[in-house]
Design a protein around this ligand. Structure first.
Ligand code: UDP
Length: 371
């Protein structure tokens, strides 16, 4: 039997911990924050599950992952259909016939396609090389200007021409009147919040959990003491930035409790102009169809922020420079830290969604335990 130390009580660490514990291994989990569940942490306020670190909507086409999470929570039928507010004009997201109709008055898919074709001509048939060109080639210049440019440049703190194209490919473009933000087969929100999922995973009798503990206070001691370490923090920090600093993007959340029933009529409203300092407001009760105390609602404004050492790293910035540096760290880790498994958004420096985190953890579980 192996003694595992898991650094970080987020979804990756908890999935690995649970699977190791189930196989009879001893697992200790340490977590820097004073709570478990990482960024999927939710907390009840006035009967409303408040997503403490931004909107988390579970969606996947991976049946194994979907079946897997059902063990830990029952999911509702929530379908994400955010709206964009551009200087007071409201548009449906993702980009679909409702959006095209409101913007151009077009009614049929053929009319919408013709409009997009006409607008993307500014690219002169060039292969898109950055987010701006990718966006224009997908949906034309009007939508790029109103719904993408401002939002994206706020979100990432740099010009859309300096961002990788793949980021915008996360969003569907549809020639149907369908406001579902995701194309995935399965989607929902765990009734009663996300924290219970991690609580159940870490509730196994072979697992002990300590919160408020920083791995870096006793790194060498931990590495000597445990047979294996699963590290879900920043891979560059693990190696004391020896090969350079990876870049991250941070966020700041402002949460307010309001004495009203319904503030914005939707769970997610994106503010896509460049001037509004936040990117979106979420109204938590709408993730669970208005559940919660009457006369109360909780909203959170999400402000993008530059990241510096010591800040919370929410997003990896997957441009060429950083991806190359990550690959160097990965090779370095294989050589110099062979008893450490790196996982999750920060350990693998990937813009993972929750389902991809679970899939990645299960993949590593299969490798580690040979099945
Ligand atoms: N995006 C945009 N306008 C929007 C929503 C998203 O331009 O109203 C772009 C933006 O560049 C963002 C990317 O699409 O970073 C991915 O959006 P997603 O909603 O997947 O971001 P997340 O929820 O992970 O922050």
């Amino acid at each position: 039997m192996t003694n595992y130390l898991i650094v970080g009580a987020g979804l990756f660490g908890a999935t690995f911990a649970y699977e190791a514990a189930k196989r009879g291994h001893q697992v200790k989990v340490i977590e820097k924050r004073n709570h478990i569940a990482g960024n999927i942490y939710t907390k009840e306020v006035h009967g409303i599950q408040v997503h403490q670190f931004g909107a988390h909507i579970f969606h996947t086409s991976n049946k194994e992952v979907w079946d897997y999470v059902q063990q830990f929570a029952e999911f509702n039928r929530y379908t994400n259909a955010p709206v964009a507010n551009y200087n007071g004009e409201i548009y449906n997201l993702p980009f679909n016939m409702n959006t095209f109709n409101k913007l151009w008055g077009v009614v049929t898919p053929q009319e919408a396609m013709a409009k997009i074709e006409e607008q993307k001509a500014v690219l002169g048939g060039k292969e898109p090389e950055n987010l701006e060109e990718q966006a224009i080639s997908l949906i034309g210049t009007d939508i790029y200007e109103k719904l993408i440019k401002g939002y994206t440049e706020k979100q990432w703190g740099r010009k859309a021409t300096e961002l990788p194209a793949f980021i915008i490919k996360r969003l569907p473009v549809r020639l149907t009147y369908d406001n579902n933000y995701f194309n995935d087969l399965y989607q929902g929100i765990p009734m009663g919040g996300y924290t219970q999922i991690v609580e159940k995973m870490l509730g196994h009798e072979n697992i002990t959990v300590e919160t408020g503990v920083d791995f870096f206070d006793k790194k060498d001691q931990y590495l000597a003491e445990f047979d294996k370490v699963v590290f879900t923090g920043m891979i560059d920090q693990f190696f004391n930035y020896e090969l350079g600093e990876l870049e991250y993007r941070s966020l700041r959340f402002e949460t307010e409790i309001l004495d009203e029933d319904n503030y914005q009529g939707n769970a997610v409203v994106n503010y896509t102009d460049a001037e509004t300092p936040y990117t979106r407001i979420i109204e938590h009760k709408h993730f669970e169809y208005g559940k919660g105390e009457k006369g109360k609602t909780v909203i959170t404004r999400e402000y993008p922020a530059d990241w510096q050492r010591g800040d919370e790293p929410y997003y990896p910035v997957n441009n060429e420079r950083n991806n190359e540096m990550y690959q160097a760290y990965k090779a370095y880790a294989a050589k110099n830290a062979s008893n450490v498994i790196f996982g999750g958004r920060l350990g693998q420096y990937k813009y993972y969604n929750m389902d991809q985190v679970i899939a990645a953890a299960l993949e590593i579980v299969r490798e580690e335990f040979k099945g």
